[in-house]
Design a protein around this ligand. Structure first.
Ligand SMILES: Nc1ncnc2c1ncn2[C@@H]1O[C@H](COP(=O)(O)OP(=O)(O)O)[C@@H](O)[C@H]1O
Ligand SMILES: [Mg+2]
Length: 291
């Protein structure tokens, strides 16, 4: 990450403390099937404030998508409270309207309609609005400009690269100016260059439009661009850290591991000498003693 980006993120972070809560869950639980079904999400308490950029990490099957689906009202919890954009989702009468107004979705597979052009895809969520065709078209075009796709507005998804398709999906997610964007592995199918570009775009939108982002990712580089990393395991939040504390926590965890203890005891396992750990063990020991 560039120095200037780090500074910008820090500046933004200091403002977040005072911001209103956009996501609040209490004991949020989802069990698939009945009785001893799969406990996909298990008693999650989470607070996210306006303007935050949160990465959600965790192994496959840990409940990340389930969490996002509940936040976006794509699914209903078995138990617990889920409030998004000031509304208790259990009490929302018109969930379709809530979904199209309050949240924007970006998925790993873009879900664009293959027979519609970029601009027509972005217009889809605007259909519900009482807009003239002309105004709707203007809005969609300005959104595509915002995501850097002004030269591709009349292309079909099949005529776009993966990164470009994801830009259309982001423009579509932004169409109704939602309080929150939920992105489930939005860079999962992209090469590293497109991944960087999409992440830069999401961060830029987060800063300039103060939209809150919750982004599920397996990619540590993507997570590093966030303000905060929430780690899910077996349906529970096991770590929740501001980005500046994440690596310190990693070091503390390492200190508690078998290898960490061995290094602190001055006893690097001989089987690791082949990779040169013995040569730096003294320095690593010094570092571990400080954390
Ligand atoms: N519709 C479903 N029916 C039954 N089990 C499901 C369903 N969706 C997810 N699960 C299970 O819930 C757990 C969490 O899944 P998911 O939230 O998709 O994990 P992740 O996104 O972290 O990979 C997994 O064990 C998965 O198999
Ligand atoms: Mg998933």
């Amino acid at each position: 990450m560039s120095g200037s980006m780090t500074t910008q993120i820090k500046n933004q972070k200091s403002k977040i403390e005072n911001h209103s809560i956009v996501v609040e869950t209490q004991d949020l639980t989802k069990i698939y099937g009945d009785g001893d079904g799969v406990r996909a999400l298990d008693g999650v308490n989470l607070i996210i404030r306006a303007g935050e950029f949160v990465a959600v990490m965790g192994p496959s099957g840990s409940g990340k998508s389930t969490l996002l689906n509940l936040l976006g009202a794509l699914d209903r919890p078995t138990r617990g409270i889920c409030a998004v954009a000031g509304q208790d989702l259990a009490k929302v009468r018109d969930l379709d309207r809530f979904r199209s107004k309050a949240v924007g979705f970006v998925f790993q597979l873009h879900n664009l309609i293959p027979t519609l052009t970029s601009v027509e895809n972005v217009e889809v969520p605007l259909q519900e609005e009482n807009l003239s065709d002309k105004v709707r078209r203007e809005r969609a075009l300005s959104l595509l400009k915002l995501v850097g796709l002004e030269a591709r507005v009349h292309f079909l998804p099949s005529q776009l690269s993966g990164g470009q398709r994801q830009r259309v999906a982001i423009a579509r997610a932004l169409a109704n100016q939602p309080a929150i964007i939920l992105a489930d592995e939005p860079t999962g199918n992209l090469d590293s260059k497109s991944t960087d570009e999409i992440m830069d775009l999401l961060r830029q939108l987060n800063r300039e439009r103060a939209t809150t982002f919750i982004v599920v990712t397996h990619n540590p580089a993507v997570a590093r661009a966030a303000d905060r990393i929430v780690t899910v395991r077996d349906g529970k939040i096991t770590r929740d850290e501001k980005i500046e504390n994440v690596y310190l926590e990693d070091l503390r965890e390492f200190k508690q591991s078998a290898l960490g203890h061995a290094i602190l005891d001055g006893a690097v396992p001989a089987e690791l000498n082949g990779i040169g750990l013995d040569q730096v063990a003294g320095q690593v020991k010094e570092v571990l003693e400080k954390v």
